[in-house]
Design a protein around this ligand. Structure first.
Ligand SMILES: [Zn+2]
Length: 261
């Protein structure tokens, strides 16, 4: 069985409030006019090229800040997934859960999260760990230019064709972000030692990261008390795969000596 891995991204509208200065401001509740909200989400199953999205707030006109339907539809699709992939996932999941709890709804059944920012930070010394910079360094698809803050202003304040154009630009930006996210994830995942074991989804021997059956013998993995067959995936390059069976017999292990710490 193939694991269902969902890559997703959310776009948000900023808060509106009063402020006196430009730098290092602390803005108390009394100076807030409008809290930030979700604008849309885009997502893609990593094994499928079709993008999915939800942007209902743009049909609400004056009530564009009501993001509950955006949050609920995102929660529904996330609950279908075995894993979700996001870059700086806490941002995206945090905006989702804040919208849900604001409406006094139960939390979604969250699958395990694969955060490409954490993978990049823990596995490499990249020039920059921003998603677009990672894609640039790796020679992948470039992130879309959202058009600066004017796009957000046009979505929130403009009317008619100008607003519609800004909404479409934002949606396209979000979709491209998800495509870039999937490309970055696919490229860096074989380097991540802590990737969830997808081998557990299959009844036959497959790669623990990409579930390909194209695995070849690759020497042995030795722990303090064991010797295990090691494999390499010729599909994604993952070399961190080993069999579960200890090749040192119980009888031999009984006679072995170990160091004392
Ligand atoms: Zn693989």
């Amino acid at each position: 069985m193939k694991a269902k891995i969902l890559a997703f991204d959310v776009e948000t509208a900023p808060s509106i409030g009063y402020h006196w200065g430009r730098f290092d401001q602390r803005i108390p509740q009394a100076m807030i006019i409008q809290e930030g909200s979700l604008l849309c989400w885009c997502a893609r199953w990593v094994d499928d090229s079709d993008n999915m999205y939800h942007d209902s707030v743009w049909n609400y006109g004056s009530d564009m800040r009501n993001d509950l339907e955006v949050a609920q539809t995102l929660a529904e699709i996330i609950e279908e997934a075995d894993f979700v992939v996001a870059h700086n996932a806490k941002f995206d999941t945090g905006w989702l859960t804040r919208s849900l709890i604001k409406s006094n709804l139960a939390p979604p059944r969250m699958p395990r999260v694969i955060d490409t920012l954490k993978i990049a930070r823990s596995s490499f010394k990249m020039p920059s760990n921003r998603l677009g910079d990672l894609a640039h360094f790796l020679g992948l698809t470039a992130k879309e230019d959202p058009g600066g803050f004017q796009t957000w202003r046009d979505i929130l304040e403009a009317k008619g064709a100008v607003q519609k154009r800004a909404q479409e630009r934002m949606l396209h930006y979000c979709m491209t972000d998800v495509d870039v996210l999937v490309e970055v994830y696919e490229r860096i995942k074989p380097y991540w030692k802590s990737h969830p074991n997808l081998g557990a989804f299959s009844d036959s021997p497959v790669c623990s990261i990409c579930q390909s059956s194209d695995v070849v013998s690759n020497g042995y993995y030795r722990s303090n008390a064991g010797k295990y067959a090691r494999y390499k995936c010729t599909s994604c390059g993952n070399q961190s795969i080993r069999g579960k069976q200890n090749l040192i017999s119980t009888e031999t292990r009984k006679s072995q000596l170990v160091g004392v710490t």
